[in-house]
Ligand binder design. Sequence first.
Ligand code: CA
Length: 676
Amino acid sequence: MFRGLCLVFTTLIVCAAWTPGAKAKDPEARAGAVDDARLRAADAEPGSWLAHGRNWAEQRHSTLDALNAGNVAQLELRWRYDPETERGLEATPIVVDGVMYATGTWSVVHAVDARSGQGIWRYDPQVPRAVGQKACCDVVNRGVAVYRGRVYSGTLDGRLIALDAGSGELIWEVQTVDPELYYTITGAPRVMKGRVVIGNGGAEYGVRGYVSAYDAETGKQLWRTYTVPANPADGFESPALERAARTWNGSWWELGGGGTVWDAMAYDPELDLLYVGTGNGSPWVRALRSPGGGDNLYLSSILALDPDDGRQVWHYQTTPGDNWDFTATQHMILAELEIGGQQRKVIMQAPKNGFFYVLDRRNGELISAEAFADVLWATHVDSETGRPVEREDLLFEESLQFIKPTFFGAHNWQPMSFNPKTGLVYIPTHEILGAYRRDPGYRRVEGEFNVGTDFNVFSAFGPEAVSGHLLAWDPVRQVEVWRVPLGLPWNGGTLTTAGNLVFQGTADGRLVAYRADTGQTLWVTHTGSGVIAAPITYAIDGVQYVSVMAGWGGAFALVAGPAGLGAARGPGVLLTWAIPDAVPTPADFESQITREGGVAKGEKLYHTWCARCHGSAGVSSSRLPDLRASQQRLGEAFIQVSLHGLADTGMPAMKRYVDADEVAEIQRYLASLPAP
Ligand code: CA
């Protein structure tokens, strides 16, 4: 009988197949069954990697320690998955209940068996390739969010898509930008409280930045918060933007303004605050953007928003009146730190401008800010005013200036990580000399780079002008603890673990594990392509894995010319390592020899009287009969054959040792074993 539900129409029969083994419609049994409770308790569930930054605090610290400083040198490649691209790979994969979700170039979403690397499904949103021209910094994507059985992802052409986590089928998609304008999405969405939050990029091309929230279930837009004011004559969307407009001059709205929310966010469920970082001005040169000056709020700022309505609660501007493309979209980490004898709820950021900021995340108050890299554009951040003190002698309106950091940033989107055990933040740091000159011939070209600086002066630089290192930074004392020089800049994001480890990929195509407390190199492997993405770690059935997407690309790869030629430039690949199956200890066998129930007696008899020839656990690698098969084939005759033997084969008569009841016990044991 066909077991299922059939609806008979005139010309076709539609059947919904039902199988007894199929999982019930319990939402917890679905693929991607992540909810707020799981996200909030992500640290208690280190086997999965539930969110972009592992948890809402975006710490990128795993409490797994099966892999540790003592054994990490044994890591071996476990599997590789081909995302079929030769462009940049920037995504942090998410792992939920054994399935890995990652994005490749052109916003393609991949679901992969996290244990084997076998592809499960792939969703190509068919981004028109002409959109690539709108992307300042490669046709990349930094990952998905997984929530309530769905996978959410932004597309380069500005859509937010919701896919079924089990099948990869499209559930809904919404266009989050005006496709006539020069917006793109490369950042990962974040989810909380039934909302999917997504920003966008495009400040180089002249857009107005904003961040939006959509209903996770339906895709309905719930709120949109702009980061810079529009034309005051048209009114303001919020009091915060009315205040911001007083810090702008000229007709900035005709140029877009900038302030795009193109990457970092974090969420504090206790304070119920969503933190977003905003980008640079459009154009870069402030004299062009806002003649007469002004701070140009809320460019290059950290904004704390109410996730229910997008209302701004506080702001902190890292680079007032940004003149250099010093975005504050870089990774933000929430942590509890003891500072001056007090436990402080902090938010930490190392934005492009070269200062490491520690703020009170309840109110945005500056706790401290110190240079974590070479900083030439400012002398320091004034702790009274919270403002950087600019070097007037390095302003480039009139003349060429050599400045550090540059528009590549002392730290860019490559995520940093925070290890609560060592108390250190691990920062992929870039040292890149910049040449800035206001372009004397600048004129605005619709739909092209509108930054106002002369790129020709930058093109003179080769490898000698650039370097990078992995930096371990103490955020309490605001000092460097150790660094590993890496030659090239534009190395990958970092991962840190409770096993006293830091992992980072490099531009020259390595993945390296370091001791988290000292920076000692413990393990090195080669990926074939420059690694810019951040590694993750997860565990399935007690095996701890480390994964990273290797795929050279992004802004530095596109723009830096001769300075970037030392990078490894192989095709993109998703790689996963684990320690080869560990040698078990005697304790690991205990569960195997202590069986419960009726087979225990038969098992003991089998191993006493049969196993010497027919093999332990009913299996022999010799040519003697497999007794699992024999008992099945012989049925009741199994007892007689056992008792009386088969003289011409050498099978002895066992009646000297066991009786019929005992052979029946043996047969029950054999029947309980997996069929041969
Ligand atoms: Ca920018």
